[in-house]
Design a protein around this ligand. Structure first.
Ligand code: HEC
Length: 153
């Protein structure tokens, strides 16, 4: 399915609902998070392979810049203007003693999202390969020694 018809359908639903005098309710994020959770399996990443760690880091940098930076910030510290304008509480990805600092955990979080604003990337938009790249980018480039500074490139 291409992107456009899906958006067109959503707009159509919105118009339909507003036409009936109801406020447009976006789809229930909690429900979508649960669906993504049900669809998640570590096996999604079994076929992901990289020529080298640096190829993966370059790809991860691209994914981060395009998909994550506006909310999580160039150094991963969170709370950007973009996030504030949307009243999103965006956590730091470079805090010391971060319990999520493992590739398998990060792949899971990025796939499933969160009902309070973190996008549900498992719904589409980025592939398992891109999720793998960005998870390693956070671990190996943004927080190479996991001490909270975050190097960035
Ligand atoms: C629209 C803003 C937005 C974008 C874009 C976004 N995030 Fe998030 N992210 C959030 C918010 C908000 C949270 C906190 C959980 C919540 O409230 O939804 C979060 C939480 C997280 C967490 C868990 C942090 C913790 O300590 O609990 C990780 C990891 C994460 N995001 C990674 C990413 C990655 C990687 C990308 C890009 C592929 C990304 N995020 C894109 C808003 C965003």
């Amino acid at each position: 399915m291409t992107r456009l018809p899906r958006i067109a359908r959503l707009v159509g639903v919105g118009l339909l609902l507003s036409g009936c005098g109801h406020d447009f309710e976006p789809p229930d994020r909690g429900q979508r998070v649960r669906e993504a959770e049900a669809a998640f399996t570590p096996a999604l990443f079994d076929s992901v392979a990289w020529a080298s760690d640096s190829v993966r880091a370059v790809e991860g940098n691209l994914v981060y810049a395009e998909k994550c930076r506006r909310c999580h910030g160039p150094l991963g510290r969170g709370q950007t203007d973009y996030a504030r304008e949307r009243r999103l509480e965006v956590p730091s990805l470079v805090a010391a003693d971060w319990p999520l600092a493992r590739a398998d955990t990060l792949r899971h979080v990025v796939f499933v999202g969160h009902e309070d604003g973190m996008p549900i990337y498992g719904e589409g938009g980025i592939s398992p390969r891109e999720i793998d790249a960005v998870a390693h980018y956070i671990l190996e480039v943004m927080r190479p020694d996991a001490v909270g500074g975050g190097g960035g490139i």
